[in-house]
Design a binder for this molecule. Structure first.
Ligand SMILES: NC(=O)c1ccc[n+]([C@@H]2O[C@H](COP(=O)([O-])OP(=O)(O)OC[C@H]3O[C@@H](n4cnc5c(N)ncnc54)[C@H](O)[C@@H]3O)[C@@H](O)[C@H]2O)c1
Length: 274
């Protein structure tokens, strides 16, 4: 019989970032849980159930200390935007390898990886819903690094039997920031539900899951999330009137930007602004 996994000590990388700011209060509500925040920057408003470690995921000695004694890792830390090639390779690809290697050597059996819709940005809306594990099709160097991070997770799952869940996150924010968000928003509460599902699912092995809410206009599959116990409750449609009044009615079928997973990111200069 499989039992739900229980996480009392959790390492959260990228603990000072925007997603962490939304997620931390939800993770910390679990009685008896300690959350260790790792970041190169000092997180704000540290809670009594949180510990802080300042340093880089690219520093193997530091990461080995950070993973020591934890039950699971949620890996958010790294470059979250399009950037120069050395930066995405160092922060995202190398940093993720350092983290997996430390997890393996310290017998941490579960890692949740913040991947991105930009790992699959050039997929278009053609038949739906779009499966979460659709092949990598990055729209940027950043997206390429996310494909590599997923592949690193697959390697450690296959070689060492680790549980690794990669979240192809849409837009995780307090409210959908634009029309694209009507299809791909992840609300703060659903983000908390998603991460808790990843942490508690019995023996998930390797998975890829879309990180979105139950948006009326979604065209990405919720099935892979439901398979690990993620049942989103929020819907970006609550914000539709305001967004449509500002930007007009979106066409997620024919609009050549809105019908791509990565939206406008498919057109940004590679390597970021000159
Ligand atoms: N916010 C979204 O909607 C969204 C969408 C898709 C994917 N993601 C992914 O989710 C994660 C979190 O996103 P975010 O919006 O909070 O980004 P963010 O940039 O606000 O946070 C990232 C954090 O990582 C830290 N960091 C950077 N390099 C580091 C290093 N070498 N070692 C340790 N910490 C480092 C930064 O200081 C920052 O606090 C990222 O991996 C991002 O790619 C986010």
């Amino acid at each position: 019989m499989l039992y739900a996994f229980r996480v009392e000590r959790l390492l959260l990388t990228g603990g000072a970032g925007n997603v962490a700011r939304l997620l931390r209060p939800l993770l910390a509500t679990k009685p008896g849980r300690t959350v260790r925040l790792l970041d190169v920057k000092q997180p704000n408003d540290v809670l009594p159930s949180e510990e802080v470690m300042i340093g880089s995921v690219t520093d193997p000695g530091f990461v080995a200390q950070a993973v020591d004694g934890v039950d699971a890792i949620v890996h958010l830390g790294g470059q979250s935007r399009e950037s120069q090639v050395r930066d995405v390779i160092e922060s995202n690809m190398y940093g993720t390898h350092v983290l997996f290697e430390a997890a393996r050597s310290h017998r941490v059996g579960r890692v949740v990886v913040a991947s991105s819709n930009h790992a699959a940005g050039f997929h278009t809306r053609a038949g739906e819903p779009l499966a979460a594990e659709v092949a990598g099709r990055p729209d940027t160097l950043y997206g390429w690094s996310k494909v590599a991070m997923e592949a690193c997770g697959r390697l450690y799952a296959d070689r060492f039997g680790m549980d690794v869940i990669c979240l192809r996150i849409g837009l995780w924010s307090p409210a959908p920031p634009g029309l694209r968000g009507l299809a791909m928003w992840l609300s703060p509460a659903d983000g908390g539900r998603l991460v808790e599902a990843c942490l508690s699912a019995p023996s998930p092995g390797f998975r890829i899951v879309w990180g979105i809410s139950r948006n009326t206009r979604r065209w990405w599959s919720l099935a892979e999330g439901e398979a690990i116990g993620y049942f989103p409750q929020d819907d970006a449609e609550e914000h539709a009137d305001k967004l449509i009044a500002e930007h007009g009615e979106p066409d997620f079928v024919n609009d050549p930007v809105l019908n791509r997973v990565g939206g406008q990111w498919c057109d940004v200069p590679l390597g970021g602004a000159d």
